[in-house]
Design a protein around this ligand. Structure first.
Ligand code: 13P
Ligand code: SF4
Length: 319
């Protein structure tokens, strides 16, 4: 415990010395989330992380999350130094959508407006008309649908299917998925709901349709936390990465949160409600990058410039 205190003290000191700010996601270690908040950084969903990083005057951003979040920060602020505790922290959605295959998919459907989820590489974003995050994807697709646009969507098939169902838009879906949310199971959730008849169910839309169908609220991580605070209930079943429980418990003290059921026990489940890449962020490697300035995110400037167009569209729409 003493060692942890020392690590945190040193991190606080270096953030100040280097005029750096910590931008964290709700799925990383509780200690990193707390440090981000305490030191004037932010902990939030991916839309807010992007906006905060762009608007903050610090010259260095340390992004505690996964690679696409660091890349988005770099694309929006090429003049800033973006560091990450571990550059190998990726995302199954990003891995499952290689830029060359995606380009061929787009080439085959030139009549469609290309909408990609934030959880993609800079090269994939460079090919898109719009980028969206889970908090605003529905509104943006509804807006495009109202203009009569047909959509090519990538990479998350569950989020795509959810948006398609809600908006009625014509959407051609890439078949990617998040290895964490894909493990949540509808039948088991139904059983758990019956055991907790007063609990409200909060679901991230990367979850399968059978799970989304049982939700009281479907939304981004920030929207799920907001629902935990504002809904009149004592108990909640939560279908997303369990890293979110830290913030939920702080934001809604006295309420009870239960993680939704996954495929089985930890022997059969690839990543039971916790993202293995988010888990690569820790106090130790955070301190290391602050000390050494290593693990800098680089995005090819030409690719970054193209990718920025679709991110700016989203941020302007959200403003
Ligand atoms: P949010 O934008 O809702 O925080 O989601 C990011 C993510 O990676 C969810 O798995
Ligand atoms: Fe990607 Fe899923 Fe991890 Fe989010 S939780 S970063 S979507 S693998």
């Amino acid at each position: 415990a003493i060692e942890k205190l020392e690590l945190k003290a040193r991190i606080r000191q270096l953030l100040k010395e280097k005029q750096a700010v910590l931008v964290a996601h709700y799925y990383v270690d509780a200690e990193l989330q707390d440090l981000a908040e305490e030191t004037g950084g932010c902990v939030s969903d991916s839309l807010e992380m992007a906006r905060f990083g762009r608007d903050h005057p610090a010259k260095t951003l340390v992004v505690a999350g996964v690679k696409f979040m660091g890349e988005t920060a770099k694309i929006l602020s090429p003049e800033k130094t973006i560091l990450m505790p571990d550059l190998d922290a990726t995302c199954s959605l990003d891995l499952g959508c290689p830029a060359d295959e995606f380009a061929a998919f787009c080439d085959a459907h030139p009549d469609r407006t290309v909408v990609v989820y934030a959880n993609t590489s800079a090269a994939v974003k460079a090919r898109a008309d719009w980028m969206v995050t889970s908090s605003i994807g529905l509104d943006i697709v509804a807006h495009l649908h109202a203009q009569g646009k047909k959509i090519l969507w990538a990479p998350d098939k569950h989020l795509g299917a959810y948006i398609q169902k809600q908006t009625g838009a014509d959407m051609l879906l890439w078949q990617g998925s998040c290895l964490v949310h894909d493990e949540f199971k509808g039948i088991e959730l139904d059983v758990l709901k019956a055991e907790h008849p007063h609990a409200k169910v909060l679901v991230h839309p990367e979850s399968p349709a059978a799970v989304v169908a049982l939700a009281d609220v479907v939304g981004s991580t920030s929207q799920m936390i907001h629902a935990a605070m504002t809904l009149d209930a004592e108990e909640f079943i939560v279908a997303t990465d369990n890293g979110i429980l830290h913030k939920m418990q702080m934001a809604a003290p006295g309420k009870r949160f239960i993680v939704a059921p996954t495929a089985g026990n930890s022997a059969t489940c690839k990543s039971c409600a916790h993202c293995p890449w988010m888990a690569m962020n820790g106090l130790r490697n955070l301190l290391q990058v602050l000390e050494n300035g290593n693990n800098e995110i680089q995005v090819d400037p030409a690719v970054g410039q193209k990718a920025k167009v679709c991110i700016d569209r989203m941020l302007d729409f959200a403003a």
